[in-house]
Write a protein that binds this ligand. Structure first.
Ligand code: PA5
Length: 446
């Protein structure tokens, strides 16, 4: 992985920042994160170095599921879903491939989608992987209960159609043990959005046939870069660039890969960046209302849509481009059918590269900052490294902003009100607030 940062440098654009960040701050932040003093939720740092027997477990389960089942349906949401969706798009959907066992992620509970999807499955040939760290997320449990009913109606053995990925000892884990359902463990110290390199992402990846050992090797490479104490520490440098620009009022952060295979990376990263950094309080408990709004974009598609806003609209953004040096497939535009001469002899990938550099330059020319992360190619190693890059960049930015990057009180709030609506014991007063809100809302509807 490389970082190209000319379009944030003072030599190149008026609003440039100084990236000479190999300072005592850098050393302090890196040491407090890698020594795990910064938080007790830094277990994700250990995942790329996980024990061989744990890797073997996911490989064996993966190949057995692949052999026996046509579909694996993941029931999970947020950090229990987005990484898997990203991996599937990167290695299969975007290049029009379908894994032997088709992994599908059902994160949303829109009944139109979920019920129609379920009705089309051959349940005898389907494995359901319930992924929830807390074991108590209403959306995931609701989906699971619907599936349980359907399996029972067909007299299918639930222990052969479920695997449960959760934290040891919670009620869902105990349900799995009582019903002989195989389990995979999410360590307590690994937060949902930082869990893709745990069982959460590794089992589905293995089922799809992705080489998880190579992906973890890429993760180790990412960790080694992230522990450097100089500006070659790419996640620290990019976090620092964002931190500098945020303090100058750039409150929006666009991620724009020039690759369909990376098209879901901005979605995965948006959760990391948004949920980790969007905080009302800092670590001292003072009100800070921190954060930078992540915006999901795709090159070249959004050149014909959002780019107008990025180039001439409100000047409050910083852009992170992502490029791939070498595509797996390409074709040169033949000279035989010359509808327009300037395209002939150029390959489609070369045109994509020209479009990216022209976009980066045209933004820099009007002093709109950007930087570029480039991958040599798309493979398990480079994706493992990219995942750790995004996790580390988020953790470093959290330290710079002095917020807890590993909790999500704002997400919990809406979960509490939903439980109130469902009249769950202990949540009655929250339900009452919602009823009042609905009553008032009816007065203000047209
Ligand atoms: O990052 C997080 O912690 C959240 O996005 C969770 O992943 C999400 O809320 C789902 O939680 P759980 O895995 O407990 O079902």
């Amino acid at each position: 992985m490389k970082l190209m940062y000319s379009a944030v440098s003072k030599e190149f654009i008026n609003s440039g920042v100084n990236i000479k960040c190999a300072t005592t701050t850098q050393e302090r932040i890196i040491k407090s994160i890698f020594s795990k003093k910064a938080s007790n939720m830094l277990g994700f740092l250990d995942l790329p170095n996980m024990q061989k027997d744990e890797i073997e477990k996911y490989k064996t389960m993966g190949s057995e599921i692949r052999k026996k089942y046509k579909d694996m349906i993941v029931l999970g949401i947020g950090g229990s879903a987005l990484g898997i969706k990203m991996l599937k798009n990167t290695f299969f959907d975007s290049i029009n491939e379908t894994p032997k066992c088709n992994v599908r992620v059902c994160d949303n509970i829109d009944s139109d989608t979920f019920i129609t999807m379920l009705s089309k499955l051959n349940l005898k040939k389907t494995m359901f992987n319930v992924i929830t760290k807390s074991g108590s997320t209403s959306e995931t449990l609701a989906q699971m209960m619907i599936v349980l009913n359907r399996l029972k109606a067909k007299k299918l053995d639930i222990s052969k159609h479920f695997v449960i990925t959760t934290t040891k000892g919670n009620a869902l884990y105990n349900f799995a043990v009582e019903n002989n359902i195989p389990t995979c463990e999410i360590p307590e110290s690994v937060g949902g959005r930082f869990s893709v390199l745990s069982a959460v992402g590794l089992l589905p990846a293995s089922v799809m046939g992705i080489d998880i050992e190579k992906m973890l090797a890429g993760g180790r490479q990412g960790l080694s870069i992230a522990s450097r104490l100089d500006e070659k520490n790419i996640p620290f440098t990019t976090a620092y660039i964002n931190y500098q620009y945020l303090s100058k009022g750039r409150v929006n952060f666009v991620t724009m890969p020039y690759s369909d295979r990376l098209a879901l990376v901005p979605e995965f990263f948006a959760q990391l960046w948004g949920e980790s950094l969007g905080k009302k309080h800092n670590l001292k408990g003072e009100e800070v209302y921190a954060g930078q709004t992540p915006i999901k974009s795709l090159g070249v598609t959004d050149q014909h849509s959002q780019l107008q806003l990025y180039t001439e609209g409100v000047d409050d953004k910083i852009i992170m481009f992502m490029t791939v040096d070498k595509n797996a497939y390409d074709e040169v535009i033949s000279e035989e059918i010359a509808i327009t001469k300037h395209l002939t002899g150029t390959s489609l990938k070369t045109l994509l590269d020209y479009e990216y550099i022209s976009t980066a330059y045209s933004l820099a020319e009007v002093n709109r900052p950007s930087y570029t992360i480039s991958l040599p190619c798309i493979c398990e190693e480079s994706i493992g490294e990219l995942i750790v890059f995004m996790e580390m960049m988020t953790a470093f930015m959290g330290s710079m902003l002095k917020v807890d990057a590993f909790d999500q009180p704002g997400v919990e709030l809406s979960k509490i009100y939903t439980k109130g609506c469902l009249k769950m014991k202990g949540y009655e007063k929250y339900g009452e607030n919602i009823r009042k809100f609905k009553k008032v809302s009816s007065k203000f509807s047209l």
